[in-house]
Structure formats: C-alpha cells, structure tokens
Write a new protein. Sequence first.
Length: 273
Amino acid sequence: MTTQTHRVTGGVDTHTETHHAAALDHVGRLLGTREFRAGPAGYAELLEWLQSFGSIDQIGVEGTGCYGAGLTRFLRGHDHSVIEVNRPDRGSRRTRGKSDPLDAESAARRALAAEDHIIPKDTTTIVEAIRALRIARTGAVKSRTAAYNQLRDLTLTAPESLRETLRTKTLHRVALESARLRPDKSRLADPIQATKLAMRTTGHRVASLNTEIKALDRQLGQLVKRAAPRTLELVGVGTENAAQLLITAGSQPRASALRGILRGALRRQPDPC
C-alpha cells in the first residue's frame, strides 16, 4: 500500500476477540476499514495499517476501559494520542444500521470532529492497581453476603434440634459455630446431618472470605496511603472512600480535584431520615 502524505485520524470499534479500525484523512474522507485480532500482534498490525496512510493525528477508541483497554495501552506506549469516544447513539444506528466498519468509521469521525473530549484514564499507574484490588474485594464481600444469606436460610429451615441452638444468634456467630459442626457423613440421608454439612461448608466459606477481605483491606490501605495520603486526612474519608475517589479521578490525581469530587458526591447524598 502506498504511503500517503495526509494527516490521518483513526477510529476503532472494539470487541473481545477482534477490533475493527477505520482511517480518515484530514477532511474526513474514508481511506479504508479493516479488522484485526485483539492482542499484541493485532495491535501492532492495526497501528502499522493506520500509519500506512500517513501521519496519525489521533485515534478514537470505543471502550477504552474494557474491550479497548489493551489497545489503548499499546497505542499510548507508542506515543499516539487516544480519545475515548462514545458508541453511536440509537438514532444514528437506526439511520445507518449496525456494523463494525460503520462503528469504526463513526469513532474516527467523532474524534476528527472533536465531538468527544474524554482522555482515557492511564491504566499503567498505582490507581489501576488499586482498581484491580478493589474489584477483588467487592467480589469477596458480595460472596460473603451470599454465604451469610445461605446460612440464614439453612437456619430457618433446619430441623428443630439444630435450629433452636442457632436461631437467636447473629449471622456472624452462626458462621463461626457452623464451621465447628461435625456431621456424620455416613448418615447424610438424615436431614440433620446433611444440614450440618451444608452449614459447616458455608461457615468455612465465610471464614475464608473474611481472611481474603482482611488481606485485601490491608493491601488497599497501603496503596491508597501511598497514592493519596492527604485525601485520607479528610474528615470522613476512609480507605474505601479514598480508593473510589482515586479511581474516579484517574491517575496522578491532585488533592484539590479529589476534594471537588468528594464535595460533589456529598451534595448528592440524600438527607438522613
């Protein structure tokens, strides 16, 4: 393919396995579209293909925080300007139809027309590390809540002899005592023994999740303190709040920006009842 002299704006419609790219010249003429595999080799081919049309001004990428995260890191690592573009609105899709080449072209046109001014968050900093750990912690907390709910249901429906010993206790205490139950595995046809085994298994799950959450809390606390020590000094801001503020603000946040985000969040809180 012959290298052209015009400036190029790229657009990429991202998916799990493939990315579809489009290239426009400086006046918006479509130079071409092409599909690439999602992965390091595909990213290199996509960049080489865009460069074959000329010098790249900027590249509009859909889903820079999900399907396009790897491509965004790759392009930034090669010193190219990446703009996060929104997916086409429903009206446009009804008019033009839905296809990957059209979506890639739309991404390029939005970048060229400066319709989107969102700079993707840098996913190579400590803030991304905090985000990853927070995802793991959130999942562990949800799993623990589900386990507590299972223990509650098992307690409510347990045979009376077992139910009476647990029904007045907190779920935390039920989990501790359930983990110490000793079911007779040779008699699991007996509902009492089967319920004991179910509760013992769930109690051990709660204990394991508690250990996991404590470890993640400790690691998150260290990272958040390192990333934004002044934010933790704000009244009412703990590790969990500060971690969310950092993720919302993106990499290298200023304390003033974090305070602004916090004030906005507090203003949106409903009055206590």
